[in-house]
Design a protein around this ligand. Structure first.
Ligand SMILES: Nc1ncnc2c1ncn2[C@@H]1O[C@H](COP(=O)(O)OP(=O)(O)OP(=O)(O)O)[C@@H](O)[C@H]1O
Ligand SMILES: [Mg+2]
Length: 305
């Protein structure tokens, strides 16, 4: 059981809010406890848009007020692309896996106070001899335990493709997994493999991970093939598994990922492509049980009297 980071004391239960993950009663009041939510963004197949989704979703969640940490667990180190050379050469996720450092030493603030990053880390640690699975299990449990003690609402982890090695362990220990899937014919087979892999983690390896949803990416609204895949996937996976929001194929995403920035920061004016991630964040919040339960949240100032 991970430690409890913070608690809000509410004099009365707010019936219209979904229950928090954990709550305890003390005489006369209900204490609602929010736990850190970890969301792994993963896929069986490469190049489906994981990193693009991770960067843009992290930015949207942070803009919506959630204290967000984005961790890059892929040696391609794409999340760190926009950082200066000096910052890119700071230790990160792989350094944590291989050396005995603390996670707060790896955190890089951004201009948005609600968004912090942990890069993949120093190149020389990426290709160190793979330790056995129990090493990863211990290191990742320690990482999540340390993160629980920090003031984050949500930790997003961008992973490398394929449910193997530390990625597999990371997904096993996460609360939720988001599975982006490119809208192309080969995608259907790989998404079914991923869903099978996740259900094996739950049935055979005691994982409590839940699927936050399958997210269609690079949907070409004018391409018959792309729409056909979207239709097939909607037929194949249960209705609530496939998210209503899908990410369109847009050149702005390519441009933004070349610079490693969220598409919202590409121009002075917010491009329409950025709005879809706000919609995605709004759709995911209830699925991730992300909700503000802070005491007094409903208080407002009256305009008159
Ligand atoms: N919605 C989109 N529209 C157009 N291009 C996109 C979109 N999403 C991603 N791309 C482009 O597709 C390529 C792959 O995207 P991305 O790097 O996000 O995938 P990935 O799943 O993280 O890949 P990998 O498995 O290699 O880590 C990039 O060039 C990116 O700019
Ligand atoms: Mg990637």
């Amino acid at each position: 059981m991970r430690t409890v980071p913070y608690a809000f004391i509410c004099p009365e239960a707010q019936a219209d809010l979904k229950p928090p993950k954990f709550s305890v009663s003390i005489p006369g009041q209900l204490v609602k406890v929010l736990l850190l939510i970890t969301l792994a963004i993963t896929s069986q197949k490469g190049g489906v848009g994981k990193t693009t989704v991770a960067i843009n979703l992290a930015h949207s969640l942070a803009c919506r007020g959630w204290q967000t940490l984005l961790i890059d667990s892929d040696p391609q180190n794409s999340v760190g692309l926009s950082l200066s050379e000096k910052t890119r050469r700071c230790p990160g996720y792989y350094d944590f896996l291989h050396f005995n450092c603390d996670v707060d030493e790896l955190i890089i603030p951004t201009r948005l106070p609600e968004l912090h990053l942990v890069t993949a880390g120093l190149t020389e640690t990426f290709f160190k001899l793979e330790p056995d699975a129990s090493h990863y299990a211990g290191a990742l449990a320690r990482m999540l335990g340390q993160l629980d003690g920090l003031n984050y609402d949500v930790v997003l982890v961008d992973t490398a493709a394929g449910l193997m090695g530390h990625t597999r362990e990371l997904v096993r220990q996460s609360d939720y997994v988001l599975a982006p899937q490119q809208s192309e014919p080969l995608g259907i087979r790989s998404i079914l493999q991923l869903l099978e892999g996740i259900s094996l983690l739950k049935s055979d390896e005691g994982s409590a991970v839940e699927l936050a949803g399958v997210l269609l990416t690079m949907v070409d609204p004018r391409g018959e093939e792309s729409l056909e895949v979207a239709r097939d996937l909607r037929r194949l996976v249960p209705g609530d598994v496939l998210l209503r929001t899908s990410i369109p194929r847009e050149q702005d995403f390519v441009k933004a990922s070349t610079h490693g920035v969220p598409v919202a920061l590409l121009y002075h004016k917010l491009p329409p492509a950025a709005l879809v991630f706000d919609q995605l964040a709004a759709e995911l919040e209830p699925r991730l049980t992300l909700q503000k339960l802070a005491y007094g949240e409903r208080e407002f100032t009256r305009l008159l009297d």
